[in-house]
Design a protein around this ligand. Sequence first.
Ligand SMILES: *Cc1c(COP(=O)(O)O)cnc(C)c1O
Length: 379
Amino acid sequence: MKIATKIIHAGAEPDPSTGAIMIPIYQTSTYVQEAPGVNKGYEYARSQNPTRKALEEALAVIENANFALSFGSGVAATDSVMKLLNPGDEVIAANDMYGGSYRLFTKVWERYGIIFHYVDTTNVQNIKAKINTKTKMVWLETPTNPLMNITDIEAVAAVSKSAGILLCVDNTFASPYLQNPLDLGADLVMHSATKYLGGHSDLIHGCLMMNDADLREKLYFIQKSCGAVPGPMDCFLLLRGIKTLHVRMKQHCENGIAVAHWLRKHPKVAKVYWPGFEDNAGYAIAKRQMRGFGGMISFELKNESTDETKRVLSSTKLFSLAESLGGVESLINHPASMTHASIPKEERIKNGLKDSLIRLSVGIEDADDLIEDLNQAIG
Ligand SMILES: *Cc1c(COP(=O)(O)O)cnc(C)c1O
């Protein structure tokens, strides 16, 4: 089945009790049992909820996974993955990634004795060099937030497989429409469904997708035991958002191409970070492992002064100044003071994230209007 059909029909069985074509919002905490231990497969809503179940089935289908589990946020999903580990275990993570993941690793999980090594994962040798007998996991992001670096998932999967360690890919920026890490050998995929999957900036949600039944059991146990589960209303909204994922992503990609090329030609723009440029270091890999380049673009102005960066950030009218990404409306963001403020400045600079970097989430408005807005803002 082709992806557009899969996205529309994924997990969409009519509700058995009424035939409702859309799964209802099962706003309930518990389920009445016929006799002690005799039930319809639902006992208590932290463990099972029909709206969440329909969502998890849909999420598995669109990521070509056998299983999916859903959580109250992207970081709750990431946190649940870390709970697979024991004190003393080591993780190799990307040195350029979502600030909230970095905060979770350094400020929470390091306190519990998990050791993280941050490396430039675009070179698989850097990962190989850090593997030892205590290494249990590789945590990747590609494209990265916010520098759009590309890592070869297949190459990292080969290394992690031969070392017997788990490869988890944060696939938020690409969405399952553009990239399917499990097909490339990853063991686990994480999404902040708050972004492209939801697509309408109206919910917070996270999910994990996997093929291995044992891994699913372990993570289901963590989901149920630690309880970072989403409510049924958010599951319903996410199911609704997913139905248009392919239509939205096509437009995000098309607008991304237009905005990236326009920005690159602008005399006041110094550098544009976008994997779709043929001279981008990650272009060949991105072309191979992604079906398009998405709507995320970062850039730096030639005038790197704080005043000029702030002036541009405050001058757009269609692009709203906000954290988050992946919604139908365009957003502009200042990683150094917003999404990535939790990464210490020296660490940020070392990894190439300048204070003058501006990140765009290109929405699905008309590209001409978006370009006109950026034009008047950059001046
Ligand atoms: C937003 C984001 C997260 C965290 O997800 P939440 O839903 O905000 O908890 C993780 N990874 C990436 C790449 C993100 O953009």
